[in-house]
Structures are given as C-alpha cells and as structure tokens.
Design a protein around this ligand. Structure first.
Ligand code: ZN
Length: 158
C-alpha cells in the first residue's frame, strides 16, 4: 500500500498517492498545483542559476522585440492598468534602491509575475506568463528573421 503525502502547494495541501516513478513527487496532479510547481521551480531557478536567468532574459528580450505593439495595445485596452502599473513602478523603484539584484530581475520577466497577482483586472495572467517563456520558439523565430526570408510579425501595411 502506497503512503499518502500532502501536496506541497500551500493553497492545496491535500493528500495524494505519489507516483513511485517520480522520485520528487511533491505536488498533486491538479492543474493549479502543476502550475504552482512550475512557477516555484522557475523562480528558484531564476534565483540560483545564472545561465537560466540569462537565457530567460534573452528570451524575454527577443519576445519583446517581436511583440513591440503588444503592451501598447494592452495599455490602450486597459487604461486602469496604466494607473495601476504606475503605482507598482513606484514600489519597484523602492525595491530597486533596496537591492540591486532584485532590480536586475525586476527589469525582466519577473515583473509580469508580480503585477497580475495584485489585480483582478489582469486576469490574463496565465497568457502573459506563458508568453514570457517561449525560449525555443523565440530562438527559431529569431533565426528566421535574421535570414531575411520570413517575417515573424504579420504587417498590415506595405
Ligand atoms: Zn495540490
């Protein structure tokens, strides 16, 4: 008989039977908990693995360059977001004064985790989340852009 353990997600904590094939099975199979595990893993990785951090920053930078109008459109659509974000920016500025390391991470994808959590306005959290980590896809697109044969963004004009 397998021993039940508690899910490591503090919002869940339900008992489940871990899969014996997975050595470090700490989260149950609910989608919410799988997401929690992924976020937790990513945030730990960002803190502890400089290569991963660099890679994520480059991916994010690459994504930003290919989607320059994304945030413009987003802001136009949600004017409250701009006000809200201005407040958050003040907080971030304060944190930046407190810690140079944190500021480094703030200026990249991590800020998109922090913003949505505080506002129901930004229910699109998950979509932003997944868009921040298109590492492989982004590299492929970048390569396609550089050879000049294809363009990653559909253009309406000539
Ligand atoms: Zn769980």
């Amino acid at each position: 008989m397998s021993q039940k353990i508690r899910c490591a997600n503090p919002n869940c904590r339900r008992l489940f039977v871990p899969d014996p094939r997975v050595k470090t099975h700490r989260y149950c199979s609910r989608q919410e908990c799988r997401r929690f595990r992924k976020r937790h893993w990513q945030s730990e990785k960002m803190k502890t693995d400089p290569d991963y951090r660099k890679n994520q920053q480059e991916s994010h930078q690459c994504w930003m360059e290919q989607n320059r109008d994304y945030y413009q459109r987003y802001r136009a659509k949600y004017p409250q977001y701009v006000i809200h974000n201005r407040l958050l920016q003040k907080i971030r500025d304060q944190k930046r004064r407190d810690s140079r390391d944190l500021a480094k991470m703030d200026s990249t994808s991590l800020q998109y985790f922090l913003i949505p959590n505080t506002s129901p306005l930004l229910a699109k959290k998950d979509s932003i989340d997944s868009l921040s980590f298109p590492a492989l896809e982004c590299t492929a697109k970048e390569a396609a852009t550089h050879d000049g044969k294809s363009h990653p963004l559909p253009r309406s004009g000539p």
